[in-house]
Write a protein that binds this ligand. Structure first.
Ligand SMILES: [Zn+2]
Length: 191
């Protein structure tokens, strides 16, 4: 094979990589992550995960082929028709658990200290949820398919208030009420 032919093949491969790789990577990022969909069979929320690697690989040749990698109804219903994929195809971001939570917190205020929530910084301390019984819970502790129902009954709390509440609940003996000490100090200063 001549050097010219090698060069042509190299240019074609590089051009293909230049155009295909960003599309493949974009498809992978688009379909990764836990999602909550409405199961067409039960009409109830179910947590699913798309096989994003398969979607990305097929996207290199044709339209991304979507298939589930996990579902909260598996293994019992592993042979279902995966009709829920249509919901993901129509609105891939709207059913992402992260998106559902971020939209819910945005603009709300902490039920304990009143601080307003902005965009959630996923790499930092994340806000939590306050149950009607007054117990805080971190949402990663919840099964994703329960998130839509929990958001209907719980209140948003910031990380600081969640940590304070958890500490008070778990170590009540270490909590010291210093209000009377403070009052005494002020009385001594006045007197
Ligand atoms: Zn707070």
């Amino acid at each position: 094979m001549s050097i010219e032919l090698y060069l042509i093949i190299l240019i074609v491969v590089l051009a293909a990589l230049y155009f295909v790789v960003p599309f493949v990577a974009g498809t992978f990022l688009k379909y990764r992550g836990k999602r909550v969909i409405t199961c067409p069979e039960t009409r109830s929320p179910a947590a699913v995960e798309v096989d994003s690697a398969h979607a990305a690989l097929t996207a290199a040749f044709t339209h991304p082929d979507l298939r589930l990698k996990t579902c909260s109804r598996w293994p019992e219903r592993q042979d279902c028709g995966q009709e829920c994929l249509l919901q993901i195809e129509i609105a891939p971001e709207d059913c992402l658990v992260r998106h559902i939570l971020a939209s819910w917190y945005l603009g709300k205020h902490c039920a304990s200290c009143g601080k307003k929530f902005g965009e959630i910084q996923w790499s930092e301390h994340k806000p939590a949820l306050l149950s009607p019984e007054g117990k805080t819970v971190e949402w990663p502790e919840l099964p994703p398919e329960k998130v839509p129902d929990v958001l209907k009954t719980h209140f948003p709390v910031c990380w600081d208030c969640h940590i304070t509440e958890t500490f008070c609940r778990e170590y009540p003996d270490l909590i010291v009420d210093r209000s009377h000490v403070s009052e005494g100090v002020h009385r001594d200063l006045r007197g």
